[in-house]
Design a protein around this ligand. Structure first.
Ligand code: BGC
Length: 751
């Protein structure tokens, strides 16, 4: 009986929503041109011996597309029904090359690798396949003047055999470059665009070279993050013996021109450090140059990686001889470590360690020059948030000298008591206060919510059915209260619905641009397409860390580095939200493995979690104020992320001040009441009533109140708080504004 009622409400909500609009032609044209530019400006030229590239325009190319399957993007929620897909053969032709299998001028070999959500990639795919090796051997035997390899992959590959082979002249790393990616390859190969991308994640020789590999494939057990803070280049550049494992380091990327960098100033101020760098194009062709600024710390009390990225920026297009001054800055708080061992005497604090900090300026972690330094005489405690994550089962953690030590501390995390609250028992047929009245300041949110029963408030804590078969459902959707059905849609690389839209480059490629302004433009373009096709909340960006080279979703995430992840995400969110569409940071947090992702249990120290896995989220939350955050399927230190009070309320809301909506990833297995008690507002989604049926069966949902009060963890007050957050988010949507205006208009014409 109860189930049937719940289904009826869902059906009413669904009926009020019409299918999305097609994109306008001008938007399609703009999207394509921008997607091409974004891809070309992000592609990374890894090798270019003897100026193999660019090729003379209009020349002949013998193309060896080994699998013949161009990958515009990865599978799963970032898949896009693209307006247009230009593969590599078409792209090379589009810029004027002649594809001629008989020619022996230049061989272009394309290596493709698939990657998708909910699968990790196999170790076999990390190596060149037999077919790829045979193809290369055949090409070498045929005596080509030039050999160029293009890598179109969603994950790292062992490039050592190509990097070390003198007959391979050039390697271009393009990740998944979107619908216009083939044309962008044409732009780079022909020199129409001078490459300026850099690796945002290290490429090493063997899967086992990444310390995260131990335990990664043990799908039965928990995932111990024993490498601790030494993730990516923080591992390869610090741990004795690890440097030799790298084929191409973090930050590596070549150009067709040369640049001179001159640091004119390093100013250490009270709370920030400013670094001014003059960049001059000393070569013969125009180009853009990103500048990466790192620090290296010595003489502290705590463990530190040998080098850490602190800031970066990119010039505009510099003509030969031209220069531009870039001012990079970072806060001293960014240099602080989270003391989870008490070495500073202040456990649970962010501490600026004592010692000498050298500022290094350049490109890759290995191509830097000291630019200045400053000293911190004694440790400074910057903040003491205390411990929010329980760390009692991580057996050991890696130290900078390559040894391991125990993680001695255990901090229990308990959900807070949220207080009791009163709730209306019988539903109102026609509420006297609507959400429009709240928006107009005629009533308070409290007065508005006082009219709802617990069941109605709970309705706001579920996602509702998808209308479009490729869609992701809505949030809100209580028409009698004036609560619009805010439509969500994936995802990071384009508007993923049954309608066509622009296929943008994947996040990992975009981050390789090292150009925050480009990320803002991508966000703006996505926001424009979402608004035009009638969607309110984009389920993007994803900013999990590239912890392991074969995680099935690395292409969808930005980098192994939290600063790159945070800056990229913040700019993307600002762009999306500038169009009146909400962005959703995902997946909060950890979630560094895809196979069995619903059951992944990460075991990680509080220091590593805060410094590596949360830092990007923190920056994006504080700088860009996203409307929403999606909690991850995975668990951390004994709790699933969505039911982790310390994570979702303690850190995200209390420490960082996040005031938007938190939603689960799709179809989580945890009962709703436990997620609500932790501060996770919405369980996504109710797919054709499935969740409601589950709710009734499992005893959450309609019977939530009894269960919650029994458990003494959740009260109606918590449900009400989440319902209020949902209403506030709905009030920000363009849909709500439209419906409110329509209602005012019909009221006026009725008078
Ligand atoms: C993915 C999310 C995505 C959601 C909706 C989930 O399986 O993990 O990233 O937004 O589906 O498609």
């Amino acid at each position: 009986m109860k189930t049937r009622k719940a289904l009826m409400v869902v059906a009413v909500a669904a009926a009020s929503f019409a299918l999305a609009q097609e994109l306008d032609e001008a938007t399609v044209a703009k999207g394509a041109a921008f997607s091409r530019r974004a891809a070309a400006e992000s592609m990374v030229l890894l090798k270019n011996e003897g100026a193999t590239l660019p090729l003379a325009q209009g020349g002949k190319i013998a193309l060896y597309d080994v699998t013949g399957k161009y990958r515009a993007g990865g599978g799963g929620s970032s898949d896009v029904k693209a307006v247009r897909v230009v593969d590599i053969p078409s792209g090379l032709k589009e810029v004027g090359f002649v594809l001629d299998p008989q020619s022996r001028e230049t061989a272009v070999v394309v290596i493709e690798r698939a990657s998708r959500e909910s699968h990790d990639n196999s170790e076999e795919w990390f190596e060149l396949s037999n077919k790829e090796r045979e193809t290369l051997a055949g090409i070498k035997a045929a005596g080509f003047a030039k050999i160029v390899v293009v890598c179109n992959s969603g994950h790292a590959i062992n490039l050592a055999p190509l990097a070390e082979d003198p007959s391979v002249g050039a390697i271009l790393w393009i990740w998944y470059p979107g619908g216009e990616g083939g044309a962008a390859v044409g732009d780079i190969v022909s020199g129409k665009v001078n490459p300026s991308g850099r690796l945002a994640s290290t490429l090493a020789r063997a899967v086992r070279d990444w310390p995260s590999d131990s335990g990664f494939r043990d799908y039965r057990g928990a995932v111990p993050y024993e490498e601790d803070i030494f993730v990516g280049y923080r591992y390869f550049e610090t741990i004795p013996g690890a440097k030799e494992k790298v084929v191409y380091p973090f930050g590596h990327g070549l150009s067709y021109t040369d640049f001179r960098l001159q640091t004119s100033d390093v100013r250490s101020q009270e709370s920030e450090v400013l670094v001014s760098v003059r960049v001059t194009n000393t070569g013969k062709v125009a180009g853009k140059r990103s500048v990466l600024c790192y620090t290296s710390q010595k003489g502290g009390k705590a463990e530190h990686p040998a080098i850490e990225l602190r800031a970066y920026g990119k010039t505009g297009l510099l003509q030969p001889g031209a220069s531009e001054e870039l001012t990079l800055s970072f806060a001293k708080r960014d240099l602080a470590y989270f003391d989870d061992e008490g070495v500073s005497g202040n456990p649970g604090s962010w501490v600026l360690d004592q010692g000498e900090y050298t500022v290094l300026v350049g490109g890759s972690v290995r191509d830097v020059a000291p630019a200045g330094s400053f000293t911190v005489a004694a440790p400074e405690v910057l903040e003491t948030p205390g411990f929010k994550l329980r760390t009692d089962t991580l057996a050991r953690r890696l130290r900078a000298d390559g040894s391991y030590t125990a993680v001695p501390l255990a901090y229990p995390t308990r959900p807070g008591r949220l207080g009791k609250g009163k709730v209306r028992k019988t539903p109102m047929e026609t509420p006297s206060v609507t959400l429009y009245d709240v928006a107009d300041g005629k009533a308070t949110m409290d007065q508005f919510l006082d009219q709802m029963t617990l069941k109605e408030m709970l309705f706001l804590c579920y996602g509702h059915p998808r209308v479009d078969p490729n869609g992701t459902g809505s949030i809100g959707a209580l028409a009698k209260f004036g609560i619009s059905a805010a439509q969500t849609c994936d995802g990071p690389a384009g508007i993923r619905r049954s309608i066509k839209s622009t296929y943008f480059p994947c996040a990992a490629l975009l981050a390789s641009s090292f150009d925050p302004a480009l990320l803002r433009e991508v966000g703006t373009a996505l926001g424009t397409e979402a608004a035009e096709t009638d969607f309110d909340i984009l389920l993007a960006p994803g900013l999990c860390i590239h912890r392991h080279p074969l995680c099935g979703r690395n292409f969808e995430y930005f980098s192994e580095d939290p600063l790159v992840s945070g800056v990229s995400a913040a700019e993307y969110v600002k762009g999306v939200q500038s169009r009146g569409v909400g962005a959703t940071l995902k997946h909060f947090a950890g979630n560094n493995r895809e196979a069995t992702r619903r059951f992944e249990k990460d075991i990680v120290s509080e220091r590593a979690f805060r410094e590596i896995y949360l830092r990007g989220f923190e920056r994006a939350v504080k700088e860009a104020k996203p409307w929403a955050i999606m909690t991850a399927y995975s668990g951390i230190n004994g709790y699933n992320c969505g039911e982790h009070y310390g994570l979702v309320t303690g850190i995200l809301r209390d420490e960082w001040g996040f005031d938007g909506v938190t939603m689960t990833d799709w179809w989580t297995t945890v009962p709703l009441w436990r997620e609500l008690a932790a501060g996770n507002d919405v369980k996504m989604p109710s797919d054709r009533g499935e969740i409601d049926r589950k709710a009734a069966k499992e005893g959450f949902g309609v019977t939530l109140a009894e269960r919650a009060e029994d458990a003494d963890l959740l009260t109606v007050e918590a449900v009400r708080t989440s319902a209020a957050r949902v209403c506030r988010m709905v009030m920000k949507t363009l849909r709500f504004a439209r419906e409110k205006a329509a209602r005012a208009e019909s009221a006026a014409s009725a008078q």
